[in-house]
Design a protein around this ligand. Structure first.
Ligand code: ZN
Length: 314
């Protein structure tokens, strides 16, 4: 029986986390090429000898934040099924006319197509992660304007993430449990949309029964995080997922949000993260992402980490 308590109250994507092989190349690409702001320079709370870098809009709003664990010398990932195979940012209509020559001038290969009637520009990041910019007419979020990227071309946040799956049916049911509605098909791709989301509203499922399984490595998406407003909503979501027989971790404090994690049916790691307290909790909004911030439990490692983590030059 459906009732209020059955609604997980997810509001779209929160962040997408990937693996990288080089922190400097990663930071250069997302800040200098795509024009995002590095909103946090911290470490992987579960493996503090590795950075955790966050890039988003000026405040790192939920739905705008791409994050990376740069593991030096990690092997290249192999694309396939059972992973998030494409991360898509939203840009204003007409913006691809700015982005295509910009990326080409930087020797970044691009290709263009249209999905669900929206133009997209595909390209790869420094670890061959598959990225795209999609022109959206319906996205009302403010573009994050920076010096060399005009307002009418700048990124607004995520548009969607695309899951590449062998079958897709059970993951589709999970997305529906999470509040997503199937809004259409275009070729192999089914689109699941959060109708009252934060703007990062869509998850696409691309069913590819004949592709081999993906191998996680540099350039792979590590997990996909979905946004809820606060911890009480998160606890309700936890209970609904447990009642639906998902194995969900307890609530974990990530300082900038609280997180729970579980595996979707074909193995993709999902997280549900809170919008609060956000990235300004431990540094001034004007200086987000500049200093190495460590969670209290790892502060005693600071002098060691400041020697072993390669400095990132901005
Ligand atoms: Zn996460």
């Amino acid at each position: 029986m459906m009732n209020q308590a059955c609604d997980l109250e997810i509001r779209g994507l929160h962040h997408v986390t990937l693996l990288a092989s080089n922190a400097q190349a990663n930071s250069n690409f997302f800040t200098k090429v795509l024009g995002l702001r590095r909103v946090k320079k911290t470490v992987n709370f579960d493996a503090p000898d590795v950075y955790h870098l966050y890039y988003g809009n000026d405040v790192g709003s939920a739905g705008s934040v791409i994050t990376y664990f740069p593991f030096l010398n990690v092997a290249q990932g192999k694309a396939g099924t059972g992973e998030t195979g494409l991360t898509v940012f939203s840009v204003p209509t007409g913006a691809l006319e700015f982005w295509r020559p910009r990326l080409t001038a930087l020797s970044i290969e691009t290709s263009v197509d249209e999905l669900f009637g929206e133009k997209r520009l595909y390209f790869s990041g420094p670890d061959l992660e598959r990225l795209a910019l999609a022109e959206s007419e319906t996205d009302i979020r403010e573009p994050f304007e920076v010096a060399d990227i005009p307002y009418d071309a700048a990124i607004r946040g995520f548009h969607s993430a695309c899951l590449i799956l062998k079958n897709g049916a059970a993951t589709a049911s999970l997305l529906e449990l999470m509040g997503y509605k199937l809004t259409g098909h275009d070729g192999h791709v089914g689109r699941y949309t959060m109708l009252d989301g934060n703007g990062a509203n869509s998850v696409d499922i691309n069913v590819q029964p004949d592709l081999p399984k993906a191998v996680q490595g540099a350039g792979s998406v590590h997990h996909l995080a979905f946004a809820v407003e606060n911890k009480s909503v998160q606890l309700n979501a936890y209970q609904i997922l447990v009642d639906a027989n998902y194995q969900v971790t307890p609530v974990i404090n990530r300082d900038y949000f609280s997180a729970i994690y579980f595996r979707a049916p074909e193995g993709i790691l999902f997280e549900i993260a809170t919008n609060t307290p956000g990235f300004a909790i431990d540094e001034e909004p004007a200086h987000l992402g500049e200093m190495l911030k460590l969670p209290a439990q790892h502060e005693h490692l600071r002098s060691k980490l400041e020697k072993t983590l390669a400095p990132i030059i901005d």
